[in-house]
Design a protein around this ligand. Structure first.
Ligand code: PLI
Length: 459
C-alpha cells in the first residue's frame, strides 16, 4: 500500500547490475577470511551493500552523457570551468580548488590553516578529518552538544555546536590558539544528524569578532538543508538551493567529498574566501593532487560532478533520499531494534551497546555486530565505534566513544524500498538471537585509520 511518508522513487531505472545471494555457510567462511572486517569482503560476495554512501551513488543519464564531454586537457579544461562556476553559484564561495576526494581537501586545509599546537574545535570527529588535523599538529576538540553522544535522545538538530563549550575553550586558550572551527553538516558519526541554521549563525556571530574562521565539512550539505526545510521554523517555503547557499553564508570556506552529495563516484574540492589561504592551498594542490584545474579528477569526473550537484538540489530527489533512509529506520524501530535517534540523512545507525548488552566495549561489539549482520543476510554494514575511533595520539590509549554503532548506509539512487525491507528483515532476525553474537579481538591493528584494513578473530 502506498504510504505518503515514503515517496516513490522520483526516477526510473535504465541500467541494472545483477546481485546475488550466497549461502550462510559460505558467508561464515568469507567473513572469517576477511578477518571479521566488512571492508575486506569482496563486493561480489555481498548481496545488499550498505557499507557506505561514499562513491557508491548511481549516476543519472545526464551525468553519463556528460562523461562523454570530458575535455581531458592537462590544464584548464572546459569541465573544470563548468565545475568551478557551478560550485561558486551554488555554494557562494570565492575560490574553489579541486581534489581527488574529500580527504585531499582536508589535507590542504589542515596544512594551510593549522599551526602546530592550535586547537581545532569541531562538532564531533570524523576519521579522515581528525587524522589530517592531528598530522598537521592540530588538537581536535569536541564541541558538539552533549545530547549527540546519547543514542536514544530524539532531538531535531542533534548535530549543533554547544556554544558554551566553544566559549569555554576560547576563554581558556585564547582566540589565537584556535586554528578554525570545523562545522560538519551533517554530522556523520553522530548518526547523520543535522545542524540548524540558527546554530550556524550563532557560531559565525561568536567567531567573526574574534577573528576565528569557520570551515564547514560540506560533505552532506544537501541532506542538512533538507532537515532545515523540514524542521526549522521559517524554512518550509524556501528552496533547497536557497537553504544550501544560506548555510554557506555562515562560513569562510568548506571541504567537500563529492562522493556523497555531488552524486558521483569520485572527486572533491576545497572552497575558501580568503585570497591568501587560496594562494597557499593552490601551491600545495600541485604537490598532492594535480593542477589547480583538475586536482586528481579526470575532466569527465568534473563534468559528472557539476551535473550531480545540480541534480542534488532537486526537491523531489532529496525528499526521497532522506525518506528512504528513514523508512529503514522506522521499520527497525517498529520491531524494537535499538537505533540512534532520530534517523539521520544518509544512514541508520544501530546502537551496538543496546543490541549486544552481553559484550563489553573492549570486545568490539559494533565490529562483531557488523560481521554477524553479513552472515545473517549478506548485508554489508560498517563499524562506527571504538575501532573507528582509533587511539589517542599522545597516550596511545583507545578512544572509547559513547556511541558504539553499526552503520547501515544507503547509497544514493541505488536500492529500492524492497531492498530496505530485506536489510531490515535481516537485522530484525539477527536481533531475535543476538545473544549468539561473539566478541572480537585484534589480530592486526594498522597504525592509522585502523578500521579500513584491521583484522580480528572471535574471542
Ligand atoms: O572519503 P572522502 O575522502 O571523499 O571524504 C572524507 C570525508 C569527510 N567528511 C565526512 C563527513 C565524511 O563522511 C567523509 C567520508 N566518509 C566516508 C568514506 C564514509 O563512509 O562515511
Amino acid at each position: 500500500m502506498f504510504d505518503a511518508r515514503y515517496p516513490a522513487e522520483p526516477y526510473r531505472i535504465k541500467a541494472v547490475e545483477t546481485i546475488r545471494m550466497n549461502t550462510r555457510e559460505e558467508r561464515l567462511e568469507l567473513i572469517r577470511k576477511a578477518g571479521y572486517n566488512t571492508f575486506l569482503l569482496n563486493s561480489e560476495d555481498v548481496y545488499i551493500d550498505l557499507l557506505t554512501d561514499s562513491g557508491t551513488n548511481a549516476m543519472s543519464d545526464k551525468q553519463w552523457a556528460g562523461m562523454m564531454l570530458g575535455d581531458e586537457a592537462y590544464a584548464s579544461s572546459k569541465n573544470w570551468k563548468r565545475l568551478e562556476s557551478t560550485v561558486r553559484e551554488l555554494f557562494g564561495f570565492q575560490y574553489v580548488i579541486p581534489t581527488h576526494q574529500g580527504r585531499g581537501a582536508e589535507n590542504l586545509l589542515s596544512r594551510v590553516a593549522i599551526k602546530p599546537g592550535q586547537y581545532v574545535p569541531g562538532n564531533m570527529y570524523f576519521t579522515t578529518t581528525r587524522y589530517h588535523q592531528e598530522a598537521n599538529g592540530g588538537v581536535f576538540y569536541d564541541i558538539i552538544r552533549d545530547e549527540a553522544h546519547d543514542a536514544r535522545l530524539d532531538i531535531a538538530f542533534k548535530g549543533d555546536i554547544d556554544l558554551n563549550k566553544l566559549r569555554a575553550l576560547v576563554d581558556r586558550v585564547g582566540a589565537e590558539q584556535i586554528a578554525y572551527v570545523c562545522l560538519a553538516i551533517t554530522v556523520n558519526l553522530a548518526g547523520g544528524q543535522p545542524v540548524s541554521m540558527a546554530n550556524m549563525r550563532a557560531v559565525q556571530a561568536y567567531c567573526k569578532p574574534l577573528g576565528i574562521k569557520v570551515f564547514m565539512d560540506a560533505t552532506r550539505c544537501v541532506e542538512n538543508a533538507f532537515f532545515i526545510k523540514e524542521r526549522e521554523q521559517g524554512y518550509a517555503d524556501k528552496s533547497i538551493r536557497e537553504i544550501v547557499r544560506e548555510q554557506f553564508s555562515c562560513a569562510d570556506g568548506c571541504t567537500m567529498s563529492g562522493k556523497k552529495d555531488c552524486i558521483t563516484n569520485i572527486g572533491g574540492f576545497l572552497c575558501v574566501n580568503d585570497e591568501e589561504l587560496f594562494v597557499r592551498a593552490r601551491e600545495l594542490v600541485v604537490v598532492f593532487e594535480g593542477m589547480p584545474s583538475y586536482g586528481g579528477m579526470a575532466g569527465r569526473d568534473m563534468e559528472a560532478m557539476a551535473i550531480g550537484l545540480q541534480e542534488a538540489m532537486q526537491e523531489e530527489y532529496i525528499a526521497h533520499r532522506v525518506k528512504q533512509v528513514r523508512y529503514l529506520g522506522d521499520r527497525l524501530m517498529e520491531a524494537g531494534v535499538p537505533i540512534v535517534r532520530p534517523v539521520g540523512g544518509h544512514a541508520v545507525f544501530l546502537d551496538a551497546r543496546a543490541f549486544c548488552p552481553h559484550l563489553e566495549q573492549s570486545q568490539l561489539p559494533a565490529q562483531a555486530l557488523a560481521a554477524a549482520i553479513y552472515v545473517e543476510g549478506g548485508v554489508r554494514s560498517m563499524e562506527r565505534g571504538i575501532v573507528s575511533a582509533g587511539r589517542d595520539k599522545d597516550t596511545g590509549l583507545d578512544h572509547a566513544p559513547k556511541l558504539e554503532t553499526v552503520r547501515l548506509t544507503i547509497p544514493r539512487r541505488v536500492y529500492t524500498y524492497r531492498h530496505m525491507d530485506v536489510a531490515a528483515d535481516t537485522v530484525i532476525r539477527l536481533y531475535q538471537h543476538r545473544q549468539d553474537i561473539r566478541g572480537l579481538k585484534w589480530v592486526y591493528e594498522p597504525k592509522q585509520l585502523r578500521f579500513f584494513t584491521g583484522r580480528f578473530e572471535q574471542i
